[in-house]
Write a protein that binds this ligand. Sequence first.
Ligand SMILES: *Cc1c(COP(=O)(O)O)cnc(C)c1O
Length: 467
Amino acid sequence: MSDISKILNANLWDSDPELWDLIKKEKKRQVTGLEMIASENFTTMPVLQCLSSCLHNKYSEGLPGQRYYGGNEYIDEIEILAQKRSLEAYKLDPEKWGVNVQPYSGSPANFAVYTGVVEPHGRIMGLDLPDGGHLTHGFFTGNKKISATSIFFESMPYKVDPETGLIDYNKLLECARLFRPKVIVAGVSCHSRALDYKKFREICDEVGAYLFSDMAHISGLVAAGVTPSPFEYSDIVSTTTHKSLRGPRAGVIFFRKGVKSVNAKGEKIMYDFESKINQAVFPGLQGGPHNHAIAAIATSMKQASTPEFVTYAKQIVTNAKRLSDGLQSKGYKIVTGGTDLHLLLVDLRSVGLTGAKAELILEEINIACNKNTVPGDKSALNPSGIRLGTPALTTRNLKEKDIDVVVDFLDRGLKLAKEISNISGPKLADFKKVLHDNPDIQNKIAKLKDEVTKYSEQFPLPGYSEY
Ligand SMILES: *Cc1c(COP(=O)(O)O)cnc(C)c1O
C-alpha cells in the first residue's frame, strides 16, 4: 500500500492508538455505569451507521431542490425523507405544518426560531433556568447576560410556585400583560409534569405572543403519545433528537403554515413562519447541513413511529414512576410529589445533603446524574437537588424490578454521602477530602461501586461493540 493509502484506509486503532484508547475507556464507562442523566440516551445501531456514513462528506447548503452546490440528488431525497418522517412521527398534516431538519442541535434550533420571528431586542419569556427551563430560553443573572437569547433579545423569566414546584400560570399571565413578549416559550429541561399547552395558548392569545414549544426532553414521549402533544396549541415547536427520541445529536424545528385565519372581509391571513425560519437556519446562522445527522433523523423518526417505540416510551414513564415511588418510600422528597414523565427531581434538603455532594458520591459509585436547583433554592451555585432520568436505563432494558435495585443503590450511595458529611462538616472541599482520604469510606465506596458495575454489565448497550 502507498503511504497515502495507508492514511486513508487505516483503522483508527492502528493509526491513532492514543485516541482509540480514550474512546475504549469511554465505552467502558458507559457499559459499567448506570446512566441517569435525564437528557442522555443510547442511540441505535441504524443511527450510528448513518452518522459514520459517506453522507458526512457532502456540502448541500440550501434546501432540497434549491442547493448552492451540485451533486445533491440523493441528499435531496434523504432530506425530504427526513422531513416527511418527522411530520409523520408527530401525525402532522403537511398542508398545515412545515419542518426544518437542518439545525445542528437544540440550541442552534432555538436561536434560529428567535432570529426568524423576533426582531433584534424583541421580547421573549421562558421558564427560568433554576426553575427547570433551558439556558436558551433567555437565562441571565443580576450582573451577567448568560445566554445569547438574553444578549440579542430581551428576555424575562417566569417561575414555578416554590411550594408546589408547578408553573405559576397566573403570574406568567400577569407578567406577560406587562412585558408584552413577542414569544412565550413552553419547554423544560428539568420538570417532571406535563405542561398545560392550552393555558399557554390562552395567555399568548391574550397578549398577542407566539407560542413556541421546545419539546427537547419529551419529544420521544410525545411521538409515542404517552404525554400531551404541544402541536395542537403551538405556532412553532422545536426539539432535539438525541434525548428521549433516541436519535442523533441534532435539532428540528416545526412551524405552522397555510391559512391562519379568515378576516371579516373574507380574506385569508396566512402564516409566514416558513421562509423566516428556513432563512434564519440558512443562510442566517448555519452553513452546510450535517447530512449524516439528517439521515439519522430520518431513520430515528421512522423508529419513533413504530409500536416498539411506544412500548419503549411507556416503559420510560413506568420506570420513572417506579423510581419516584421507591425513593419516596425510602424517605426522599420528590419535587411536585412525583412524575408523569421520564425524569424526577429529588429535593435533598430534608436529608441534609446538597446536590453537589450527592452527584459526587454517585459518580464515585458509577451512577451518573446531575445536581440541579430545586424550587425555592437560595443559590443557583449550590443547588439542593439531583435530577434523575430513565430514558437511557430503559434503552438498556431495565424494567420495574431492576429500578428497585437502582433505588437501593441510590439510597446506599446517598446514605454514604450523609456519613461522609457527618465526618467532614458542610464544606464541599472537606467532604471531598474525607471521601478520598478516609480508608473506611474508601472501602465502602469500592464495594458499592463494584456492585453497581457488575449489575450494569448485565444490560447490553445497543449495537454493542468495543466502541
Ligand atoms: C437540551 C435542550 C436544549 C438544547 O439542546 P442542545 O442540543 O444541547 O443544544 C434546548 N432546549 C431544551 C428544553 C433542552 O432540554
